[in-house]
Ligand binder design. Structure first.
Ligand code: ADP
Ligand code: MG
Length: 207
């Protein structure tokens, strides 16, 4: 994975978050406490400010720096969860890894969120996008799919998974207190994960 590409994704994701402010904020206002946009925006701006430090370091160090930066800049439940994903990936990724290796590191990153959040598939959280995406990525990488087809399929899984969080009963995080009153609403963390994944797919398609 090229440093330049990761830096490009940091900017694109930051822009995407800003573009979708109203949507992200209203989702967390509906079933959370309304701060998810602020939390994510703070994290993406912090990542933009460390871009120069990411230019000439090994891939695992990039993921580590991203994780540490998110840990210290993003508040709420989502900050430490996003941070643990990147810190875990940093431990399992090496310079020049192919997509298969990356998909394994991604899966371990998702697992570290599950451990930290004591959460699983179906809890109506970010994991309801990340787990299906991780599973699809593993299958597509193992089958050596072309990047164009792979990004298209990953994007479709992310879009379908985020929509499906609407019907789920929340059992973790702030939304859990609302019980079935949260049904009919998309989970905000799942939405930001989908936006991040779709943005990276879009950028990958341009390479
Ligand atoms: P907070 O809930 O503390 O206000 P945010 O609003 O930034 O933090 O993030 C809320 C999102 O975090 C939720 O929409 C959900 O996707 C995710 N989340 C919360 N708790 C957990 C958990 N235990 N496991 C996985 N994801 C979680
Ligand atoms: Mg919140």
């Amino acid at each position: 994975m090229e440093n330049d590409f990761i830096i490009k994704c940091i900017d694109s994701v930051a822009q995407c978050i800003i573009d979708r402010e109203d949507e992200i904020e209203s989702l967390d206002r509906a079933i959370g406490d309304g701060d998810h946009y602020i939390n994510i925006k703070r994290g993406s701006s912090a990542l933009q400010s460390i871009k120069p430090e990411l230019e000439d370091i090994p891939t695992n160090e990039i993921f580590k720096k991203i994780g540490m930066t998110l840990m210290t800049s993003v508040g709420g439940a989502s900050g430490p969860l996003f941070a643990s994903f990147f810190l875990s990936v940093s431990k399992h990724i090496e310079e020049g890894d192919n997509l298969q290796k990356f998909s394994q590191a991604f899966a371990l990153g998702v697992e570290s969120i599950m451990q930290r959040g004591k959460s699983k598939l179906g809890d109506k959280t970010m994991l309801d996008v990340l787990i299906p995406v991780s599973e699809k990525l593993k299958v597509l990488a193992d089958d050596s799919y072309e990047i164009k087809e792979l990004t298209k399929q990953i994007d479709l899984v992310a879009q379908a998974s985020v929509k499906a969080t609407k019907d789920l009963l929340p059992t973790k995080g702030r939304a859990a207190g609302l019980a079935d009153r949260a049904i009919g609403h998309i989970d905000p963390g799942a939405k930001t994960c989908q936006l991040i994944i779709s943005t990276i797919c879009y950028e990958l398609n341009k390479t």
